[in-house]
Design a protein around this ligand. Structure first.
Ligand SMILES: [Zn+2]
Length: 83
């Protein structure tokens, strides 16, 4: 049975569709019982979709970039240092 660390380590490979059937079913069964990992996988899958869309279009959709900046910008406020 895979634990969370093991599952998250396979995340990128899983999303690249480069896992064997066996390894993939292990991950699927872990995600079935682990909302935390499922959320992480969902987030990364969505991120890939956004990046894929961006790669197909030279221009970022208006508003999307500023939205992303807004999300990340919150960490850089103040003295410009993280944490
Ligand atoms: Zn987990």
């Amino acid at each position: 049975m895979a634990d969370c660390n093991e599952t998250l380590r396979e995340l990128e490979t899983f999303l690249d569709d480069e896992l064997s059937d066996g390894a993939r079913s292990v991950i699927h069964s872990h995600l079935d019982g682990c909302p935390d990992c499922l959320q992480a996988f969902d987030f990364h899958a969505e991120l890939r979709t956004v990046i894929a869309i961006k790669c197909h279009n030279d221009e970022m959709p208006a508003g999307l970039l500023s939205k992303i900046e807004q999300c990340f910008g919150q960490d850089f406020d103040g003295d410009g240092q993280i944490g």
